[in-house]
Design a protein around this ligand. Structure first.
Ligand code: AMP
Length: 147
């Protein structure tokens, strides 16, 4: 086992660990599900943020939600994708972080979420905090302690 030096690790704020908004794949309010499915398939991500024209976060759209929304009795009714908007299907019950939040809060959230959106006070997306980034950070920290 290793012991965590709380000041160095847990006291860190998340600002330096986020993927900035301009590198985050997203869809816009008003986009149809056909477009959202295209973005998700092309990027390989399971879910992406839904933003408005001011970059404010409204929810997350995932392949699972899209496919579930067009699941008929016997088949996926893919012809319905074009007529439905992301806001009809997106998940709005999502956690958020702020840039100044401590790492311990983010760590707790990524136990149940592969990534968490980071916004400012106005709800504008500043970036995302992913499990991958925190695992990389922890790995580096543990290695440096063992040297
Ligand atoms: P990772 O921890 O890198 O495997 O990412 C976990 C999840 O975070 C992915 O499945 C995506 O839903 C989301 N994600 C990671 N990077 C991005 C990105 N650049 N743009 C949009 N979503 C992302």
């Amino acid at each position: 086992m290793f012991s965590v030096q709380s000041d160095k690790l847990v006291g860190t704020t998340i600002g330096e660990l986020i993927i900035p908004a301009d590198k985050v794949a997203h869809v816009q309010m008003g986009n149809n599900l056909q477009h959202a499915l295209l973005v998700l398939t092309k990027t390989g991500y399971t879910a992406v943020p839904v933003l408005d024209a001011q970059y404010r976060l409204h929810g997350l759209i995932s392949t699972n939600r899209i496919m579930d929304s067009v699941l008929g009795l016997e088949r996926f009714e893919m012809e319905r994708l074009e007529g439905m908007c992301v806001e009809e299907v997106m998940n709005t019950d999502i956690p958020r972080l702020f840039v100044g939040d401590e790492l311990i809060k983010a760590l707790k959230l990524v136990i149940n979420h592969p990534f968490v959106c980071v916004t400012n006070e106005d709800g504008v997306l500043e970036g995302i905090f992913t499990r991958r980034v925190i695992l990389k950070h922890l790995h580096k920290h543990v290695r440096s302690m063992n040297k």
